[in-house]
Design a protein around this ligand. Structure first.
Ligand SMILES: NC(=O)c1ccc[n+]([C@@H]2O[C@H](COP(=O)([O-])OP(=O)(O)OC[C@H]3O[C@@H](n4cnc5c(N)ncnc54)[C@H](OP(=O)(O)O)[C@@H]3O)[C@@H](O)[C@H]2O)c1
Length: 316
């Protein structure tokens, strides 16, 4: 039997990386094996991945040598960064650079870099439509990822640039689910007007990434965007209403109001939603649903995701 090709997966105990590890392990005859990178091989999540059949190895994206060791001998590498662990675009850029250098060092044959748009290409810093944040960003957690694309290019790495979408899981983990207003009615709040928001089950990002690895060289040097559905706030509210059996409305607020909500990252997210709203065509266009489904035939719609996950959404 031919030896399996190892895919080294950053963020393996998290949403994107975890989806990829499980996709690899669920496809026993796929020809790939999963190497899960984690800072703590003894954590419950890491042990669960080992139980499922992953090789679990220690690595910290802030420690270049640990990454080099973790990537050694692998065919593929999945690189994702952790903006929300520190809220620093510079640190996120450094994480991406560390992984790219380690992938180069290890001679990785196919890298998937989980990235997002550098929004400054659409909204230059001098554009007053949205405020400049942290001195030189419009959407810090997008811009730093987009800026890091160049590191992968400069190193000549065989890279697929994977554009991800808004996780519907944010309704569970990020406080973005339906909330009761002063009138006692439930609603979701997004500053998206009547524009469509590409969304996805976070587990499906990893499954799409697996589909990209399975295609061999086809997507090397290309940018691929993935989403499960493109839905307006009103459409999302209607799907939620049906799934929860309770009326959920859509509360469309202006981006400046969203930016002022005061929770950590509110300004960044306010700008992010405004970018998605104002550049709907190019943002949705970059996340083709047919391509996503071809990469991952079990791709979920919002309704399918809710059928499995509605009880996990905290609804007051
Ligand atoms: N939420 C969304 O809608 C959304 C949409 C698109 C893109 N994104 C992007 O997704 C990225 C995060 O990916 P995710 O959601 O898959 O992550 P996640 O679920 O938050 O998981 C993070 C995992 O990363 C690992 N980690 C954190 N810091 C690390 C470090 N210094 N070294 C090594 N591993 C570290 C942790 O693993 P260990 O503790 O095991 O080390 C943790 O399990 C962010 O950059 C975010 O901007 C999010």
């Amino acid at each position: 039997m031919a030896e399996k090709k190892i895919i080294a997966v950053a963020g393996a105990t998290g949403a994107q990386g975890g989806g990829l590890v499980r996709a690899i392990l669920n496809d026993k005859s796929g020809g790939f094996s999963a190497r899960a990178l984690t800072r703590d091989v003894g954590s419950d999540k890491a042990r669960e991945l080992a139980r499922l059949g992953a090789e679990v190895v220690p690595a910290d994206v802030d420690d270049p040598e640990s990454l080099k060791r973790a990537f050694r001998g692998a065919y593929g590498g999945f690189c994702v960064t952790f903006f929300w662990a520190h809220f620093s675009p510079e640190r996120e850029f450094a994480e991406a650079r560390n992984m790219a250098i380690a992938a180069k060092d290890a001679g990785i044959q196919h890298v998937i870099w989980s990235t997002l748009e550098d929004t400054r290409k659409w909204v230059p810093l001098g554009d007053s439509r949205m405020p400049t944040l942290m001195g030189k960003y419009k959407v810090p957690h997008f811009d730093s990822k987009g800026e890091a694309n160049q590191v992968f290019l400069d190193l000549g790495l065989p890279t697929t640039f994977l554009l991800t979408s808004f996780y519907w899981d944010n309704m569970i983990h990020f406080g973005m689910g339906p909330k009761k207003g002063p009138d006692g009615k439930l609603s979701i709040t997004f500053p998206m007007g009547d524009r469509k928001l590409p969304g996805i089950a976070s587990e499906d990002i990893g499954k799409c990434a697996y589909g990209i690895f399975k295609k061999g060289r086809e997507f090397i040097g290309k940018t691929v965007g993935v989403a499960g559905e493109h839905l307006t706030g009103r459409q999302m509210a209607a799907v939620l209403t049906k799934a929860l059996g309770k009326e959920v409305g859509y509360n469309d607020v202006p981006p400046e109001v969203y930016r002022g909500f005061g929770f950590p990252g509110a300004e960044d997210l306010g700008n992010m939603f405004q970018f998605k709203r104002d550049f709907e065509q190019s943002f949705c266009g970059a996340r083709n649903l047919d391509i996503s489904r071809a990469l991952n035939p079990s791709l979920q719609t919002f309704e399918m995701w809710l059928a499995q996950n509605k009880s996990r959404i905290p609804v007051e």
